[in-house]
Ligand binder design. Sequence first.
Ligand code: ASP
Ligand code: MG
Length: 431
Amino acid sequence: MSLIVQKYGGSSVSDAESIKRVAKRIVETRKAGNDVVVAVSAMGDTTDELLDLAHAVTPMPAPRELDMLLSAGERISMALLAMAIKSLGHEARSFTGSQAGMITDARHGSARIVDVTPVRLREALDEGAIAIVAGFQGFNRDTKDITTLGRGGSDTTAVALAAALDADVCEIYTDVDGIFTADPRVVPRARKIDRITSEEMLELAANGAKVLYIRAVEYARRHGVTLHVRSSFNNNEGTIVYNPSENPAEGLPTESENAVEEPLIAGVATDLGEAKITVVGVPDIPGKAAQIFNLVAKTGANIDMIVQNVSAASTGLTDISFTLPKTEGQTVLTALRADQSDVGFASLQYDDQIGKLALVGAGMRTNAGVSARLFTALYEAGINIEMISTSEIRISVVTRADTINDALRVVHTAFGLDGDTEAVVHGGTGR
Ligand code: ASP
Ligand code: MG
């Protein structure tokens, strides 16, 4: 008998009909002889609506109360789903995050899972029931309060349950068919990826792919959980995300086999959520970069690419540019301005019209010429590159925001990723 953890996103349980449809699917999995644990998101846009409601009451909702409110969204769907399953003649029991043993730190709104003690889930399974768990929420032992894991946190709930229960697979049900080589709404010939390593998936998620949340992928990678990302609207096989160095699931290649078999490039992601700050006229002497990035670090901003220009010999001054999420832009500018005379730079430039493209593939480790091919494709399309950064398995470039979709299409073609047919897009959001 296998143990399967399934996660259903908000778009899969958006109304009563959808909940009944999902209930049938869960029952089928159970009837096939599996133990089933389900993590469920709030129905449709419930979380956004609850957030709006809170902000209509007060501009600064108390974090503890906001978590109480938001965690209610998942409780609604878990109870409805359990009822729907019971009405199909199968035993089901719903559990809040704290009942399911999701122990977190005390950070309201972005809590981290520190322990999972699924005692009650095991009991339910032993008694033949299907266990339904409210996603996105946990409990802190010190404050004894309810916490939430941050937007999209139900993915992490599912993965953490799969790890704690030693599940055979963690199925992530969404409204798209899996993970694609590029966003099929922009690249019609994007292909569904059959399998991808968690390392590659991490890079794609960190660079704008929205199907899976980065924290869930990280958790899965660290705990050796194999994910199957698939649509809840059909029975097609989706995408397997796995860690080849950590007991690969049956039928999946190991690390050494992987190196021979895997395609050079897994996929291409783009991100329009970043901005670029340029610190102009920085004295080119030791300690200046340290000073600037200590100021940035104090704001808690997550910076991504950094470029320092060669300094003009006559002035001894240089420019340093870096990218960061647009949402952090103003905070960081304010922090830098406050210490301008201390650091001694001339001025600041802020540019929020940039786009970032990331080409990801484990095959880059062993293949030369990937950057050359990428830059040539962009050159032939007349697209200017403003910044470049690389990791072992990724090359990222920054271009103007309004050229990013063209960039995505030409790069996708240049690396032979185009499929023979157009991808079927169900109008899904990927959540
Ligand atoms: N309901 C939460 C959100 O919309 C958590 C989730 O869906 O995973 O962010
Ligand atoms: Mg949601």
